[in-house]
Design a protein around this ligand. Structure first.
Ligand SMILES: CC(C)(COP(=O)(O)OP(=O)(O)OC[C@H]1O[C@@H](n2cnc3c(N)ncnc32)[C@H](O)[C@@H]1OP(=O)(O)O)[C@@H](O)C(=O)NCCC(=O)NCCS
Length: 176
């Protein structure tokens, strides 16, 4: 795993530990509130996530971080991505989710800011990218607020809630 341990006055971003997978499982299986973020609308098993965790842990470029409150270390969200070092260094963010009870408090903004600043300083990334479901208007608004702009739209082959999903690819240049 590409290891991170980052802190702002409100938020900590650090490697998710295997013992925290049950919390991640609860979010993955809350399809109503997380389906568009995970790309899954049916339940996954603990074994599925444990396998994903094992693959991530054995890679140098995969990021799987918990998002915690700085005040008492409560796990409030998850941030997953991949560092790409061939060619112009960049990061693909594949999952960002905040517990519904903790949304609107700036944790996601902080977590993304901390990670991108760190990757700019340590790895020289020039850009960050992500793909979100076209229907996920809340996420579109969130990423736009953080300065991400649409690059293109494309079919994904995924079906969510009975409908084919089209993805919006968004990107941002990371300034020094
Ligand atoms: C999208 C998500 C990660 C935002 O997390 P959050 O912690 O509530 O976001 P923040 O509090 O850091 O918000 C940052 C800014 O985005 C805005 N924003 C956040 N969610 C928004 C929404 N649903 N609609 C409009 N604006 C939104 C906030 O108003 C805030 O703007 P401001 O700083 O000008 O006030 C969270 O709603 C979530 O987990 N959604 C479900 C999973 C998902 O869809 N993830 C994205 C795809 S990977």
């Amino acid at each position: 795993m590409y290891s991170v341990c980052l802190k702002s006055p409100r938020t900590i971003v650090r490697d998710l530990e295997e013992r925290e997978l049950p919390r991640l499982l609860a979010w993955y299986n809350d399809a109503e509130r997380f389906g568009y973020a995970t790309g899954l609308d049916s339940p996954v098993s603990h074994e599925y996530l444990a396998e994903m965790y094992k693959k991530t842990a054995s890679s140098d470029t995969e990021i799987l971080a918990g998002i915690y409150t700085a005040c008492n270390g409560t796990l409030v969200g998850v941030l997953k991505g991949r560092l790409i070092t061939e060619g112009a260094p960049c990061v693909w963010i594949s999952l960002l989710a905040i517990d519904p009870g903790c949304r609107g408090r700036g944790y996601a903004r902080d977590a993304v800011g901390l990670l991108l600043t760190h990757l700019k300083e340590q790895c020289g990334i020039e850009r960050a990218y992500l793909a979100i479901a076209e229907e996920n208007q809340g996420a579109l608004a969130f990423w736009s607020k953080l300065g991400f702009a649409e690059i293109r739209r494309m079919k994904t082959g995924l079906v969510l809630y009975g409908k084919p999903v089209r993805a919006v690819i968004m990107g941002k240049r990371i300034e020094a």
